[in-house]
Design a protein around this ligand. Structure first.
Ligand code: ZN
Length: 258
């Protein structure tokens, strides 16, 4: 690799070290594991891929690299301001759930978090593909305001597509969790290995069972509008080391790191 290419790589990596982005660090061959905020991170082809929380504070962050000896490497998280998005939801219980629903929502959040925090051994995928071809109706990170009330930022990428459009696995993986969730509707969680998890939701139909292994491009389900959705679309979340990251950054980062 020439000097110009090296500079370009460094610049692009830095640009991705933002809240909701992915920081890529080159690691020597004798590294056994890499951790960030006490969690294992994905390693592939001489690099560690660190998912950065959308709520991360800009400034100095640290990665621990463990081999024969352990070292700490600093990196800088740059600020990133995501635009605000105002949406109107017809069902007020999807904005202010009643106490019984809140109990269900908390229980569901715990089940989902367990999947997001899991780390399975084995090779990480070499690329991630968009689960369907569709217009982006809402990018990752938008600060959401539902019926005038601020809520959590958008944790995935929304792709508009008609009800019944096939949703394909972005990469090989194991189906860890399926179900019908309060906000997300019919959902599939796919474990691609080493803490890289895809979640697709609002499905009209789920076409896979928990525990099965799928290949890239295999059918996961069909587009719908279940859960908190203003119309049929696919919501795709990508999680690394327990942090939801921008799927568009994830696709770009994985395709250029070979
Ligand atoms: Zn969404």
């Amino acid at each position: 690799m020439g000097v110009a290419a090296l500079i370009l790589c460094t610049a692009r990596s830095l640009a991705d070290a933002v809240p909701g982005g992915i920081h890529v660090v080159g690691i020597p061959g004798n590294v056994a594991w890499v951790s960030y905020e006490g969690r294992l991170v994905l390693m592939r082809a001489g690099h560690a891929f660190i998912g950065i929380n959308i709520a991360a504070k800009p400034g100095r962050h640290q990665v621990q690299i463990h081999g024969d000896t352990s070292t700490t490497v600093d990196f800088e998280v740059q600020p990133k301001t995501y635009p605000e998005q105002r949406l109107t939801i017809a069902n007020p219980k999807m904005v202010n759930p009643d106490p019984a629903d809140l109990q269900r929502i908390e229980a569901e959040a715990a089940r989902m978090e367990q999947v997001y925090l899991s780390f399975s051994e084995g090779p990480a995928p070499t690329r991630l593909d968009q689960p369907l071809n569709g217009r982006t109706s809402s990018p990752f990170g938008f600060r959401r305001v539902f019926n005038g009330e601020p809520r959590n930022p958008h944790s995935g990428l929304d792709l508009a597509a008609p009800t019944g459009t096939p949703i394909k696995a972005p990469a090989p993986g194991t189906v860890r969790l399926t179900g019908s969730f309060y906000f997300n509707g019919n959902s599939v969680f796919l474990d691609h290995g080493q803490g890289l998890i895809s979640m697709v939701c609002h499905l009209s139909e789920i076409k896979v069972r928990e525990g099965v292994q799928v290949q890239a491009g295999d059918l996961l389900g069909l587009v719908g509008a279940t859960g908190r959705a203003t119309g049929p679309h696919l919501h795709w979340s990508v999680s690394m080391n327990g942090n939801r990251v921008d799927p568009e950054i994830a696709m770009a980062v994985f395709s250029r790191a070979d």
